[in-house]
Design a protein around this ligand. Structure first.
Ligand SMILES: C[S@@+](CC[C@H](N)C(=O)[O-])C[C@H]1O[C@@H](n2cnc3c(N)ncnc32)[C@H](O)[C@@H]1O
Length: 266
């Protein structure tokens, strides 16, 4: 394996090639204050490919002949930070908002990362005996593969999963925990790019798109939010991450009066 050169830090031209690729493929912008991620996340890609520095990586990407390299770069740059029962109060509210509906409930977890968000919903609804169809998507094939596998480390289950639920819904497997098949089977996972693919068909009572749009530019955020509003059934709700809002980003969605933190079609 070729050794990395000491001065192998990304220069502006290389940063530009990598950031342009990321935005084109995922809508995510790599602002100047996040450019450090290139160094920290792509150094293993350089090493695995035997590339001496980021200029060589940028050149290979700009030539566009190595699709697998571009995929590896995108996968490495995506941030899959998530946890079970992230903002638990708001998930309980989601259940309350939907449980009384007199039709089969359909939920879309968009940008589901490694599955902790849809699994948290699946547990909540199953424990209340409320039937629900959950679709969960992410632009990252690696994240979707992990979510489908439903296998989590001790560290991951310790983040947000109460012990009672761990014991009820997971089985110890080596050092890890595997989600029970009857829970995992309730979630339909698939790869989907919010920045390019048509919205999922069929209409949803709720779409969660939490902590995904924050790195999108305003025009893309607007386009995605408009698309999500088209994917809602009448009375459907959108849920964003804590600290995210539609205000100033969509004329089609507005804060819901009845359910704080949720957004409804205007
Ligand atoms: C920070 S995680 C949030 C996970 C989860 N929603 C939560 O709040 O815990 C953001 C996820 O959005 C995904 N993502 C980024 N751009 C996307 C896009 N264009 N389409 C779909 N998913 C995307 C990333 O791969 C990542 O898994």
């Amino acid at each position: 394996m070729m050794a990395l050169r000491q001065e192998a830090v990304p220069r502006p031209a290389a940063t530009n090639v990598i950031a342009t690729l990321l935005e084109k493929r995922t809508g995510q912008q790599l602002q100047a204050n996040r450019a450090w991620r290139i160094d920290s996340t792509l150094t293993p890609v350089l090493q695995a490919r035997g590339l001496p520095d980021f200029d060589a990586l940028a050149l290979a990407l700009a030539q566009g002949r190595d699709g697998a390299l571009a995929d590896a770069v995108i996968e490495a740059l995506l941030n899959h930070e998530t946890s079970f029962f992230r903002d638990p109060g708001v998930l309980e509210q989601a259940l309350s908002a939907l449980a009384a509906r007199d039709r089969p409930i359909r939920i879309w977890s968009a940008g589901c990362a490694t599955g902790q968000e849809p699994l948290s919903l699946a547990m909540l609804f199953a424990e209340r005996g409320v039937p629900v169809e959950i679709h969960a998507t992410d632009v990252s094939s690696a994240a979707i593969a992990r979510a489908r596998a439903g296998r989590y480390s001790q560290f991951e289950v310790q983040r947000g999963l109460p012990i009672g639920r761990l014991v009820r819904w997971f089985e110890p497997t080596g050092d890890d925990w595997c989600v029970r098949a009857d829970l995992n089977e309730r979630i339909r996972y698939r790869r989907h790019n919010l920045a390019g693919d048509p919205v999922l068909p069929g209409g949803f009572d709720m779409i969660l798109c939490r902590n995904v749009l924050m790195y999108f530019g305003l025009p893309m955020r607007r386009r995605v939010l408009d698309g999500l509003s088209d994917a809602l059934r009448p009375g459907g709700l959108v849920l964003l991450g804590a600290g995210e809002t539609v205000i100033g980003q969509s004329e089609r969605l507005a804060p819901c009066r009845e359910w704080r933190g949720f957004y409804a079609v205007v």
